[in-house]
Design a binder for this molecule. Structure first.
Ligand code: URA
Length: 262
């Protein structure tokens, strides 16, 4: 029997009650004990009912302090000259990278440049000297520029997305890029070059909102309201010299565009 109660079990139970002194049925109506037990078994087998869902009160708002991007925007907007922008960046205390760097690396080249190059972040040599692109990658960059008649002295201005060296040259974090972006945008507006050259993935991320330099390189895009040419980063070219062919094509493209613009 499914319930586990059979005639012998019921008889034994009745005998036991008689032994205890029970000599008559107490209820008026007969009780089907098999049905009662079957119901109890079904109830035991059924999954436990889900506890009623408690409605959670929304967590109290976390006060994360002032918004570093809004502060950067305000500071950058208040800079009317490159010197003021440099001072505003030096005074900006919300980027962790500042604490690990030796100094602010602001820019190099001529502020009357037609071409503004935007790199990623200072490395060791730049952190030591306080100028962008002065290490091996920078020397390669100067040779590439020279090959198409450009130079820091006369036609090119150089800066980075981040003015402080990241520890162990790690990639900058998205929030670090976001908080320094208003300064970069103001930097570009103050120099007002004809063209931007965007070197490497971090710079593409900051100025175009996209990564994937292999696909982006060599194709004109628009950033901060002017033509922008993504290119392989010279540090990448030092590691992958076979890619210099593409970089050379991009330099020729840059020179051609300058000619067209006059
Ligand atoms: N790499 C960069 O992106 N910028 C520098 O200034 C140096 C190396």
């Amino acid at each position: 029997m499914d319930s586990g109660i059979d005639w012998h079990w019921a008889r034994a139970a009745l005998d036991w009650q008689l032994e205890l002194g029970a000599d008559e049925a107490i209820g008026e109506a007969p009780v089907d004990r098999f049905a009662v037990e079957a119901e109890a078994q079904a109830a035991r087998a059924a999954p436990a009912a889900m506890p009623a869902r408690r409605t959670m009160a929304p967590p109290p708002p976390v006060d994360s302090g002032p918004d570093p991007v809004a502060i950067a925007r305000k500071a950058a907007a208040g800079a009317a000259t490159l010197d003021e922008l440099r001072a505003a960046m030096a005074a900006y205390d919300h980027c962790e990278l500042k604490r690990g760097a030796r100094q602010l690396v602001f820019s190099d080249g001529t502020p009357r440049a037609r071409v503004m190059i935007v790199g990623e972040a200072p490395g060791r040599d730049e952190d030591l000297q306080g100028k962008p692109f002065v290490g091996r990658a920078g020397q390669l960059l100067d040779r590439m520029l020279g090959a198409v008649g450009l130079s820091r002295q006369e036609t090119v201005y150089i800066t980075n997305v981040l003015p402080w060296r990241p520890p162990q040259n790690r990639d900058p974090k998205p929030d670090e890029i976001a908080m320094m972006k208003p300064f970069l945008a103001r930097h570009i507006a103050l120099v007002d070059p004809d063209l931007l050259v965007i070197m490497g993935n971090i710079s593409c991320d900051a100025l175009l909102g996209r990564r994937g330099i292999t696909r982006l390189r060599g194709k004109w895009a628009e950033a901060e309201g002017r033509p922008a040419l993504p290119m392989f980063h010279p540090a990448y070219l030092l590691r992958q010299p076979q890619m210099k062919r593409e970089a050379w094509a991009d330099m020729l493209e840059l020179a051609a565009k300058l000619k067209v613009l006059g």
